[in-house]
Write a protein that binds this ligand. Structure first.
Ligand SMILES: Cc1ncc(COP(=O)(O)O)c(C=O)c1O
Length: 400
């Protein structure tokens, strides 16, 4: 019976949400340790015990980003806030930014950079492809020498396509021109190497709900010294008070000046999620993502399904696959959800209706989920190749 607010009545503590297997573009599955951590009783956000926990989270994040950057912490908002924080702190009106675009999230960076008052040159390649360092070099060479180029930005793991952008050469080209190098690591962090220091990344941001297998709500960010020097040289205040890193630095740094009330339970969750990541070990975790990606690809191949991204650039945690001709993608996705309890993602933008996106991120990347999604896809498509798909995936899993 609906009540006067038109909200269905529930029993105490009952949300009545269905159980799902989360194999879409995020959120990924969250394990019981992290869920338990979230129900830990609260302390105040300036309590000495919480301050100690914040230090541990910062250190665990440094290890995850593979950086010694002092200013590495989780922003109290989702990945989009990480994107916004990095761009609005490093850019101000009159600055120029070069942004690589090969999917939705590169396009979103362009929009944010423009709103921050920067002039933007975008380096665009078709969806599913990656940006070559020579193309970036030519783009930078075409800019007049007087251009106040502040940064070059790109998306490491383009979740809208499943393409993995190689970073080292882009970083070199950006630095040759004196620009900062900014990387979106929302989908890659914890699932494939993100070498902030070794690859010369000046600022990066991520999200908790992908390969870290924590609920959405925080955005780990890291700023190197060159990026912070740029912030200190700004002529104008950062337009966003909430995302101004000079203020956030005083809260997450040693001063502990009140800025906002940290989402305590989310910080508990991230702390536990990062402990899980490092107990497994980053290298073992990366290898697990690759192993299960290969098994999934073998199964999709046996189902006769094709993938839009070239094998060498495929992400291990996000697999785009073409919807077979004559199939209504929404009907199949609905059947996957309602009959099999599995969430997979639809295509975005120009790929709407053309692809599905199957995520094997963090805790969702398991042999059981690979087999489950293949079996459910075969059934939902009415394919007779389900057995062959499971066999192909099993062979990869057995060989690994
Ligand atoms: C590559 C990338 N960047 C940014 C975002 C935005 O993150 P959020 O949805 O957590 O705000 C996403 C989310 O899917 C993403 O995949």
């Amino acid at each position: 019976m609906p009540n006067e607010l038109n909200v269905p009545r529930r029993g105490p503590n009952e949300l009545n949400v269905p159980r799902r297997v989360l194999l879409g573009p995020g959120p990924s599955e969250v394990g019981p340790r992290v869920l338990r951590a979230m129900s830990t009783p609260l302390v105040g956000h300036l309590d000495p015990s919480f301050v100690a926990l914040m230090e541990e989270v910062k250190e665990l994040l440094r290890q995850t980003f593979r950086t010694a950057n002092r200013l590495t912490f989780p922003l109290s908002a989702t990945g989009s806030a990480g994107m916004e924080a990095v761009l609005v702190n490093l850019l101000e009106p009159g600055d120029h930014a070069v942004i690589c675009v090969n999917g939705v999230f590169g396009g979103r960076m362009v929009e944010i950079a423009r709103r921050a008052g920067a002039e933007v040159t975008s380096v665009e390649v078709p969806w599913g492809e990656v940006i070559d360092a020579d193309l970036l070099r030519k783009t930078l060479e075409a800019l007049p020498a007087s251009t106040p180029l502040r940064l070059v930005a790109c998306v490491h793991a383009e979740t809208s396509t499943g393409a993995r952008q190689p970073l080292e050469d882009l970083s070199r080209v950006a630095h040759e021109r004196g620009a900062l190098f900014v990387v979106d690591a929302v989908t890659s962090l914890g699932g494939t190497p993100v070498e902030v220091d070794a690859w010369g990344i000046d600022a990066s941001y991520s999200g908790t709900q992908k390969c870290l297998s924590c609920p959405p709500g925080l955005s780990p960010v890291t700023f190197g010294e060159a990026a912070l020097a740029r912030v200190r040289e700004r002529k104008h205040k950062v337009q966003s008070w909430y995302l101004d890193v000079s203020l956030l630095e005083q809260y997450w740094g040693t001063d502990r000046v009140y800025h906002h009330t940290a989402p305590i339970s989310m910080v508990y969750a991230l702390h536990e999620a990062l402990r899980v990541v490092h107990e497994e070990g980053l290298e073992a975790r990366f290898a697990r993502h690759v192993r299960h990606h290969r098994a999934l690809v073998a199964g999709l191949d046996a189902l006769g399904m094709k993938m839009p991204v070239a094998p060498e650039y495929r992400l291990p945690m996000l697999n785009s696959v073409f919807v077979p001709g004559g199939v209504d993608e929404a009907t199949v996705r609905k059947r996957m959800l309602e009959r099999h309890g599995i969430e997979i993602g639809a295509g975005l933008g120009p790929w709407k209706g053309q692809v599905w996106r199957i995520g094997l991120m963090g805790d969702s990347s398991t042999p059981a989920n690979v087999l489950l999604v293949l079996a459910a896809l075969a059934e939902s498509l009415g394919s007779s190749a389900g057995g062959a798909a499971l066999g192909a995936a099993e062979r990869v899993l057995a060989a690994a």
